[in-house]
Design a protein around this ligand. Structure first.
Ligand code: PRP
Length: 206
């Protein structure tokens, strides 16, 4: 029996739809229930940001989480498979008409993703003043809190509606299947079997 932590919302639905095709049965959380038990799996319905905690601490054997989160948090897990769901990118955004002046010693950048931001600017040997925010990041340059933002861009709609444009792409991201390290050791054959089935389904364009 494998326990799988899924992030509430569309990624959970898409992951369950993929598994439904593979196992030819319907997987769906009942209204407000947070656990779904089937013959082979226990699914946990958790907040996006909490998936790594359930997996790292072994409350779930497997989880589905964005590559951006894996990168930002340097998670102590096994990164098994790109599920090719929830595709988006992490990008630098600036006000339309602005130019990012890389020669400045103290570019102010607002972001949820402090580590990704620091390491990107460090690679360019540019000093950065990172301002940690928890949401509505696009607001920061509009009111002079920051010169730029580093944020997730999916459709690009949020930036567009707030008069921002992408200055540079930092990384592509999508939902990955991750495993707890002990589970991967103790339940290796079960996990690899699911890995194989998911990979096959993804490659056949499911
Ligand atoms: C993310 C991100 C952007 C938006 C991008 O926020 O921080 O604001 O989605 O999507 P788009 O390019 O399709 O407009 P999310 O909705 O996850 O909310 P959050 O700010 O609470 O993280």
């Amino acid at each position: 029996m494998l326990t799988i932590a899924l992030p509430k919302g569309r990624i959970a639905e898409d992951t369950m739809a993929l598994m439904a095709k593979i196992f030819d049965s319907e997987f769906k959380f009942e209204s407000r229930k947070l656990i779904l038990k089937t013959q082979q799996f226990t699914f946990l319905n958790v907040r996006n940001q909490d998936v790594p905690t359930y997996v790292e601490r072994g409350a779930a054997d497997l989880g589905v989480v964005g590559l951006d989160v894996i990168t930002e948090k340097s998670l102590d897990i096994v990164d098994l498979l790109d599920l090719e769901l929830g595709k988006c990118k992490v990008a630098i955004g600036i006000k339309e008409g602005d130019k990012l002046d890389w020669s400045r010693p103290d570019i102010k950048v607002a972001t949820k993703m402090v580590n990704i931001t620091k390491s990107y600017f460090a690679k360019k040997a540019v000093g950065v003043d990172v301002i940690k925010l928890y949401g509505s990041i696009e607001l920061a340059p509009l009111v002079g809190l920051a010169d730029a933002i580093v944020d997730i861009v999916e459709t690009g709609e949020t930036m567009r509606e707030n008069g921002l444009v992408v200055a540079e792409d930092i990384m592509q991201s999508s939902a990955h299947l991750i495993a707890n390290k002990n589970s991967f050791f103790e339940k290796k054959s079960e996990i690899l079997e699911l890995y194989r089935l998911l990979k096959e389904a993804i490659e056949s364009g499911e």
